[in-house]
Design a protein around this ligand. Structure first.
Ligand SMILES: Cc1ncc(COP(=O)(O)O)c(C=O)c1O
Ligand SMILES: N[C@@H](CCOP(=O)(O)O)C(=O)O
Length: 460
């Protein structure tokens, strides 16, 4: 399997090279040249999550990992998900199901991919003897998942930038309390888009990139996306696929999770619609409704992980919608630097073939947490509640709807308390989170300051 950049000017790579590269050298994002078709989807029914993961991921890795290596990595990664089903499906109402993706060590869907890619990185780095520096940008969940997955791994330093004051206290403490010399939590004076922009600046400085062996674990890394395809399969098959169509609603920010759904669809899963659910940072909803992708100000919300305006994986969706025209992507990404672009009619039509969108206000989010609690006893995190609210607006009789529950409510106790008057408990493995000392470095929103800090702190 060969990986190409959305901007068409970077070397073509294999899976392992693309995984270790993060952002392509032309500033684009890697994606597979072709999409493997999943044969005999019905045979996945009843298989353990790990077996489905192996069958879904294997075609993407080519010959980069042996069968034993990949199966071993999957087994170790998902042994850390604290639920027998790994991604259990619960019925919220007739025809509406919740896919719980928060039973991993950091209580968000990011663990599904991050735990696996840490295993794959470790295998690849041991084999090559290479040392790398991972830098990540987070609005809260990617950072904690990355720190948890990569802490203490040889040959790797990890620097995570989060927007100072704009993540929940639980998220911050998950990043600032781990006691491992190879991880560094950086509180950046800015919002998430600033962190992601600085990350791309670091990748686009090729001298720096090569000097530190820069790697990325955000969803700009294709390996993150591929691991997220798996749970679309397990959920869909348990609801009757491939013999029955279904819809998914996905709380969306950086467009990685829903993009994974589009690859599940391209692999043969009968997904009718992928519904983008956004908070007030609604660039994706505006873009899909009007064709205008215009960057607004990032507004803090009670769903901070989705406080994103420049949605990095949307570039991959655009590349596909523009018929893999890398020149067109280079052109619109140039326009984005000046604030935005108009999606061509043809590409918009292609996106609208299966992407639908909705936006939820803060009050509607709180109301949905309350409603679901009253109706089912479940407490949703605010991101998942946004998904549930948009899903409810889009349910059609006879077509099962799955809403992705992307985080545990205990990560966002203030929002949950505002909605239903109770603060959800953290699970036992995190019971001491508020007693541990925090280590964090404040950084300016400035690429040169970041480079100096990384050069000074890395152990490579
Ligand atoms: C809890 C939660 N829900 C939803 C999202 C949005 O996911 P994506 O960025 O893949 O669109 C995020 C952040 O990525 C998140 O942390
Ligand atoms: N919501 C994310 C933002 C980064 O997303 P990623 O999927 O590109 O890593 C977060 O929680 O950090």
């Amino acid at each position: 399997m060969r990986y190409v950049s959305t901007r068409g000017e970077a070397p073509v790579l294999n899976f392992e090279q693309a995984m270790l590269s993060g952002l392509a050298r032309d500033g684009g994002l890697y994606l597979p040249e072709t999409v493997p078709v999943m044969e005999d989807i019905a045979a996945l029914e009843g298989l353990p999550y790990e077996e489905v993961a192996y069958r879904v991921i294997r075609p993407y890795t080519g010959d980069c990992f042996t069968e034993d290596e990949l199966r071993g990595a999957i087994a170790r990664a998902y042994a850390r998900i604290n639920h027998a089903a790994r991604a259990p499906l619960k019925q919220l109402a007739p025809g509406h199901h919740l896919l719980e993706l928060f039973h991993g060590p950091t209580l968000a869907f990011k663990d599904f991919a991050m735990q696996l890619i840490a295993q794959l990185f470790e295998i690849a780095l041991k084999r090559s003897g290479q040392r790398i520096t991972i830098v990540g940008a987070t609005s809260g969940d990617t950072g904690s998942a990355a720190i948890e997955a990569f802490k203490g791994i040889d040959n790797v330093d990890v620097f995570i930038m989060f927007p100072h004051g704009r993540v929940s206290e639980v998220q911050r403490r998950q990043m600032t309390t781990p006691d491992a010399a190879n991880v560094h939590a950086l509180a950046v004076a800015g919002h998430f888009d600033d962190c992601q922009a600085r990350l791309k600046d670091l990748f686009n400085d090729h001298d720096f990139r090569d000097e530190v062996g820069l790697a990325g674990v955000n969803s700009i890394n294709w390996a993150r996306v591929v691991a997220q395809i798996v749970y679309y399969f397990t959920a869909a098959v348990s609801l009757g696929a491939p013999h029955r169509e279904l819809d998914f609603t996905v709380p969306t920010g950086n467009f990685g999770d829903i993009l994974a759904g589009s690859f599940a669809r391209a692999m043969g899963l009968p997904i009718r619609r992928l519904i983008v659910a956004t908070n007030q940072n609604d660039i994706l909803h505006r873009a899909l409704s009007s064709g205008e992708y215009r960057v607004g100000t990032v507004e803090p919300s009670i769903s901070p992980s989705m406080d994103i305006q420049v949605s990095s994986n949307f570039e991959r969706a655009l590349y596909l919608a523009y018929g893999k025209d890398a020149g067109a992507i280079r052109q619109i990404m140039e326009e984005l630097k000046a604030g935005g672009f108009t999606i061509s009619q043809g590409a918009l039509q292609a996106l609208r073939e299966f992407y639908v969108s909705g936006r939820v206000s803060e009050d509607e989010t709180l109301a949905m947490i309350r409603t679901i609690r009253e109706e089912t006893g479940e407490i949703l995190c605010p991101h998942s509640a946004i998904g549930a609210a948009v899903a409810r607006q889009n349910i059609e009789p006879g077509v099962p709807m799955v809403t992705l529950a992307t985080a545990h409510p205990a990560k966002f106790p203030d929002a949950v308390e505002r909605a239903v008057g109770v603060r959800p408990d953290l699970p036992p493995h995190m019971a001491d989170l508020f007693d541990l000392p925090e280590t964090v470095t404040r950084v300016e929103n400035d690429v040169e300051a970041l480079k100096s800090l990384i050069l000074e702190r890395r152990t490579n």
